[in-house]
Design a protein around this ligand. Structure first.
Ligand SMILES: C[C@@H](CNC(N)=O)C(=O)O
Ligand SMILES: [Zn+2]
Ligand SMILES: [Zn+2]
Ligand SMILES: [Zn+2]
Length: 464
């Protein structure tokens, strides 16, 4: 299929310029002014619109078995929803159960992802340790295109990595040329604060944020950064939600340490008042970790993105319906943690970030696509409008608007944390791997069209 995107303004991380974009098969083959339309080409009029690299969501959980249930979105519905919002690549997680063989878990997730409608790639979580984990990390890097390993410092008695696992896995990651990433919350503190609240009979969803205050996140962020510093490895902190964690990142980076931070679209615009709602189903629908924070933390996160101390935006898309969330109606610690957003991320960040003047269009592209591609070694295949790159392109209508609602979303779960938010700046067309998959409100996602994206190690893996 040949597609000519004509008359638009191309926005890359480094510059904004007038150019047509010609795609042939699954690649961009030309970016220049006044390109001729080859015979039979599909011509898309991008006049008055931006032409940007397809979004990369660095943090999703499709089809995740978690807290005794499984997320509502599988790899088809979740990636299809992402395409409707301009996201053309998701970075999901293989999360082995403790003692589960890593390679077995990896192939289990690869099987689930076969139905994906958009490209996908996996971080692999290190949830336990023995010599087989050390060995299998090498296999995953050398044979399966894994270059990032995730560590949950939260979720005690489940998937929490203790300091021994963190240190051994960070060291092994460095050896292999892979980057360690962390969910930074002190799982022991969370557990003890949860028990305190339950003992006081405070079982409702409003206790969720009380059990995970910013200081609990910042301790873990500081610890992960300190371990990385001692071992001389980079580290990527997912869903940075509070000023204190951002300060830890900013301080480390000011001393030359290679630390990266991720902000969730939800944490950028939603505050913790949601947990005070008398509608307990509404409050439970917002239970995710780290929790939504008070407004001053949102201001800090936007400054982090502006100042280059936060690098990517993601969603942590992990959807549960009301019935699943109700598992915790008598005990907030049993509410499955997770919210959606994969369809809304780019419009929410554009509307709150670019329309307000906090981010330029190029900075928007950086934090929704290019930085992710570069940090996780998919650039310039992904994250740029240039000849030779994958034909993952979003034609962006800066004047178009829509009101976000669970009633109209493509994602599953029947709930949307951005409910009722009208956003200005929406995709008019999404092209994924050279196919038009979304246009003028119509989604044409194809189950199974998504490809697994291998991500090479950051150096020739010298270790065996
Ligand atoms: C389990 C996963 C999704 N849930 C959440 N963030 O509350 C995560 O912690 O990132
Ligand atoms: Zn394999
Ligand atoms: Zn997490
Ligand atoms: Zn997550």
């Amino acid at each position: 299929m040949t597609i000519l995107i004509r008359g638009g303004t191309v926005v890359n991380a480094d510059r904004v310029f007038r150019a047509d974009v010609l795609c042939d098969g699954d690649k961009i083959i030309a970016v220049a002014e006044n390109l001729a339309a080859p015979a039979g080409a599909t011509v898309i009029d991008a006049g008055g619109q931006y032409v940007m690299p397809g979004g990369i969501d660095t943090h999703t959980h499709m089809n995740l078995p978690f807290m005794g249930t499984v997320t509502q979105d599988d790899f088809y519905t979740g990636t299809a929803a992402g395409l409707a919002g301009g996201t053309t690549t998701i970075m999901d997680f293989v999360i082995p159960a403790p003692q589960q063989n890593l390679i077995e878990a990896y192939h289990q997730w690869r099987g689930w992802a076969q139905k994906a409608a958009a490209d996908y790639t996996f971080h692999v979580a290190i949830t336990w340790w023995d010599d087989s984990v050390h060995r299998d990390m090498g296999t995953l890097v050398r044979e399966h295109g894994v270059n990032s390993f995730k560590h949950f410092m939260a979720y005690k008695n489940a998937i929490m990595a203790d300091d021994e696992t963190l240190v051994k896995s960070f060291r092994r990651s460095l050896e292999l040329g892979a980057i360690p990433t962390v969910h930074a919350e002190n799982g022991e503190l969370v557990y003890q604060l949860q028990q305190d609240l339950l003992k006081q009979g405070l079982t409702g969803p409003s206790s969720h944020p009380l059990s995970r205050p910013p200081a609990v996140e910042a301790e873990a962020a500081n610890r992960a950064i300190a371990i990385a510093n001692v071992l001389n490895t980079p580290v990527y902190i997912v869903h940075v939600s509070c000023a204190e964690s951002l300060e830890a990142i900013t301080r480390a980076r000011a001393h030359g340490q290679r630390v990266y931070g991720e902000a969730l679209a939800g944490h950028l615009v939603i505050d913790d008042s949601v947990y005070q709602s008398p509608d307990l189903e509404f409050a439970a629908g917002h239970v995710m970790s780290p929790p939504f924070r008070s407004k001053q933390h949102q201001t800090a996160l936007w400054q982090g993105l502006q100042g280059g101390n936060l690098h990517t935006t993601a969603t942590d898309h992990c959807t549960f319906c009301a019935a699943q969330k109700a598992a915790g109606k008598d005990d907030f610690t049993k509410i499955p943690n997770g919210c959606g957003g994969v369809e809304d991320r780019m419009s929410v960040v554009w509307d709150a970030g670019v329309n307000s003047g906090l981010l330029t269009p190029s900075e928007f592209v950086k934090v929704t696509s290019t930085n992710a591609a570069q940090i996780f070694n998919m650039y310039p295949r992904k994250g740029v409008i240039a000849a030779g790159a994958d034909a993952d392109v979003v034609v962006w209508d800066p004047e178009g608007s829509r009101t976000i609602s669970a009633q109209t979303q493509h994602a599953k779960g029947g709930f949307n944390v951005f409910e009722g938010r009208t956003v200005r700046g929406i995709p008019s067309t999404t092209i994924a791997a050279g196919k038009v998959v979304f246009q003028n409100g119509t989604l044409m996602a194809v189950e199974g069209a998504g490809r697994h994206i291998d991500r090479p190690a950051f150096k020739a893996a010298s270790a065996r």
